[in-house]
Ligand binder design. Sequence first.
Ligand code: FAD
Length: 602
Amino acid sequence: MASTYRPPRRDIRFVLDEVVGLPQLLATERFGHVDVETVHGVLDEAGRFMADVVAPTNRDGDRIGSVWNPDFTVTTPESFKLAYKQYVRTGYGAVPFDPEFGGGGFPWVTAIAMQEMLTSANMALSLCPLLTQGAIEALSHHGSDELQHTYLPRMLTGEWSGTMNLTEPQAGSDVGAVRTRAEPAGDGSWRITGQKIFITYGEHDLADNIVHLVLARTPDSPPGTKGISMFLVPKFLVEVDGSLGERNDVTCVSIEHKLGIHGSPTCVLSFGERDGAIGWLIGGEREGMRNMFTMMNTARLSVGLQGLAVAERAYQQALAHAVERRQGRAVGTSPGEQSPIIEHPDVRRMLMTQRAWIDAMRCLLYENAAAVDRAAASTDADERQRWDEIADVYIPLSKGLCTDLGNELTSLALQVHGGMGFVEEAGAAQHYRDIRIAAIYEGTNGIQAADLVGRKLSMRAGGVIFDRLDEFGADADRLCEVTELQRFGENLQDAIGAARTATQYLVERAATDPNAVLSASTPYLRLFGTVVCAGLLARAALAVAADGDGRAGDDADEAAFRRAKLVSARFFGEQILPTAVGLLGAITAGSADLFALTPDQL
Ligand SMILES: Cc1cc2nc3c(=O)[nH]c(=O)nc-3n(C[C@H](O)[C@H](O)[C@H](O)COP(=O)(O)OP(=O)(O)OC[C@H]3O[C@@H](n4cnc5c(N)ncnc54)[C@H](O)[C@@H]3O)c2cc1C
């Protein structure tokens, strides 16, 4: 039987308060209306809601899934509808958005904490609010006042959901190849025609209306990304009084049958089969790609978060299984007795690896979100630029590293179950199947790695990355001063050295040998990402070491929790971090051997 979900509220609180500095963030003018205890109160409540209301729907999503009907509608599982209705009532979807449209104005990092728990509870269902969030952001930044006032309030509550329509059969990673067309109708609106594929929640029965954001080409626009514009195309047109009017010319012609996330409908949408779907321009003509980038950072962060969230749920289940399942005799056990498998060192290694990476991912993702918040809260231009740069450079790590790890760690969680892991009834297989997509959509991880060694590495000629490494170097020195963290500190110094060498190598070849740089991209993302995770875990370990028993006081449970954080960070620093240093060879090998064989020889 699949286990239930326990929201890791204490772990989340630890990262928020002691690693990413939520209290300091809430002391800024921008977020001064929110206090730490209010945030944790909301998160406690949200955690209970996700565990009690959303988590029990996860198996329905997998077994029943969303179903396409011959009348071009899509039916989600009954339990999804009930849970989503309650989710709308809670108002959780509005927490980080502008109070002018009904939002809470909370920092993004608090929404990330909420989203982590929602995604652990049911990844397939969580995609509906995730896509809505992206559409809200694009509309908030670039939509006209009229569009904002018409659509945002009900999108913030979740009564209306959102979609992002980029992909077409010939335009996947290559978004510039989009062919969907938009013609001016002469009354300020546009008529959209074309076909989009793979559109998440493109049609469903959870929300009253669906607000599609569609990338399309206007007449005479140049080829490639420069000729793309963004349009808002609602499923139902909205009357002047805000009520829903006629059905727009958008049809869901089919949905995909997939490896995982069966509850999330992945739709083929046909726009304009009759007179053209009615749409409105968001932002300027031919500014579609630029505007899309506004919401890309947070969308990529949210997809990276899926890696953490599903790994967390799979880990909880693996741990419960390891305590219950008895096999073999652990060292020191009397003959004739069977030990719980958690007593075998190799099972311990699998569990500790999951645990340490989960702690590391949470630090990275929350730090990334907090950097977005700090940039928004900065009143000084230099400081804002510094946080913007940090947020930007962490995005490909958050998305690429965390979704790769989502795959690796759910596989380990399945392995802990032995043969039962391979049997669907146990539930471990669902997590493994569900998370597979996260490394593919929202820019494949190959595209994330290319972004890191391209756009991100070139920021101040590697300066943003070197600054990060210098900062972590100071933490490594501090680790070396604590006896039980000394080896972690030395390993961190070594790994920072390897990351510096790798960064320098890539900076030097950026202009002269682009193939060498692109060949290094994926191992470089892994090396730099692992170093950043180690640097943030160093901060966590140092916070515990410096505090002694201060925060825990007489609370033995809290003291044990804090001690476990230090051990988890040390395990990462001593047993995971050194493996990343070995990637330097692949990073500096150049491209020759990758291209030495012909396609026939491959
Ligand atoms: C379940 C699901 C939900 C989705 N939801 C949405 C959605 O809501 N909206 C939407 O618009 N799209 C959505 N997508 C589409 C998704 O974003 C694309 O599948 C993804 O961008 C990859 O495009 P592709 O499938 O055409 O693969 P391709 O672009 O053909 O890529 C194939 C392989 O080649 C690699 N590759 C391609 N180009 C390069 C390059 N320049 N450099 C290095 N490597 C490269 C890729 O990394 C990948 O490994 C969804 C897809 C799925 C499966």
